[in-house]
Design a binder for this molecule. Structure first.
Ligand SMILES: NC(=O)c1ccc[n+]([C@@H]2O[C@H](COP(=O)([O-])OP(=O)(O)OC[C@H]3O[C@@H](n4cnc5c(N)ncnc54)[C@H](OP(=O)(O)O)[C@@H]3O)[C@@H](O)[C@H]2O)c1
Length: 303
């Protein structure tokens, strides 16, 4: 969306936009239906949801998630709204599942031995933390926990931690991994339904899910998370997990951050069954965002 530039006031800065997005996230989760058209602005100095005709509304949000600004807006602020508004608006009537992978020019998300820390730059890392803050649940595969021992919390920006969800169908992960021990956020371990009897780490909820030929029944996992009130789901890796959600048709958006790096070997990003003709490939509608040296492709897979 293009911000309407009016007047000579100072433009809305990215920090103010982020606080408005967090306010919208909190409100959208508590309403059964987000109103069709509304304003975002300040009420008594605090970020607030306002009626669209309130003169204090800085940004007007339409039912389809598009927006216009009623005051000057920095380019960075406008990009934050474009990228994050659909995630902030998530609620019972608007669930959203988004996956992200950071990869090299040659499509690798890690070296062969699993090192992936410095593929993308700090701007993309901040993006991941923004997505964590706006989503309700963050999902990773067992391979990612094994290699990275990640915290999966929100630390680089203001905002809540998501519920952490680890797909470990065979219960192969050791209980000593940081996210099973740190109690920083609620943590779920999803496994084959036949393996739920084995005790898990304290404070980690074990969820049993049936298997299909492709592995765990992923739509059952999404259904379970929605039933828990977790409507914004962020799949943060690795490649096998994101590919399984993509193949199952469960992603509304796929974000791929491409770094100007050639690894030449290593773990692949997306892998899907072979196709015979390029016309069978996916060519999703997308928008590109510059993130430091990286380029984020924000692809729309749903309607
Ligand atoms: N660059 C990035 O964006 C990024 C992000 C995250 C991770 N990484 C890197 O990627 C590597 C890990 O990625 P990866 O692709 O090897 O593994 P992964 O996706 O993290 O984990 C894969 C494992 O999770 C379980 N799993 C996932 N989906 C499943 C399904 N539908 N059904 C059943 N089980 C499922 C399986 O465990 P079992 O093997 O026990 O069956 C599977 O082997 C690490 O090196 C990590 O550092 C990179």
């Amino acid at each position: 969306m293009i911000a309407q530039r009016q007047g000579t006031e100072h433009p809305l800065d990215p920090e103010q936009v982020w606080l408005l997005l967090l306010k919208l996230r909190r409100t959208a989760r508590t309403l059964s239906m987000v109103p069709g058209c509304f304003g975002l602005g300040l009420d008594a100095g605090q970020p607030a949801i306002l009626s669209a005709d309130d003169p204090a509304a800085w940004v007007i949000v339409h039912a389809d998630g598009s927006w216009i600004a009623r005051m000057p807006m920095s380019e960075t602020g406008a990009e934050l709204l474009d990228l994050y508004l659909p995630v902030a608006l998530v609620g019972r009537s608007r669930p959203l599942t988004v996956a992200h992978l950071g990869q090299s020019l040659d499509g690798r998300i890690a070296t062969t031995n699993g090192a992936s820390c410095h593929i993308n730059g700090p701007e993309n890392l901040t993006h991941l933390h923004r997505m964590r803050a706006l989503c309700d649940a963050i999902v990773v595969g067992a391979g990612t926990v094994e290699c990275d021992d990640p915290q999966l919390t929100t630390r680089r920006v203001a905002g809540p931690h998501p519920v952490r969800v680890v797909l470990d169908p065979r219960r192969r992960l050791a209980a000593g991994h940081g996210l099973f021990q740190d109690r920083a956020a609620p943590t779920l371990l999803v496994c084959d339904e036949a393996l739920t009897d084995r005790p898990g780490p304290d404070h980690v909820e074990i969820i049993g899910v049936p298997r299909t030929d492709q592995g765990l029944h992923l739509s059952e996992i999404v259904r379970y998370l929605h039933a828990c009130g977790l409507y914004g789901i962020f799949i943060e890796g690795g490649g096998l997990t994101v590919s399984a959600f993509l193949q199952a048709g469960l992603l509304d958006r796929l974000q791929i951050a491409v770094a100007p790096l050639i690894i030449g070997s290593g773990r692949p990003g997306i892998t899907l069954p072979a196709i015979e003709d390029l016309s069978q490939g996916l060519r999703p509608r997308h928008r590109r965002y510059a993130m430091g040296e990286d380029v984020l492709f924000d692809c729309r897979l749903g309607p």
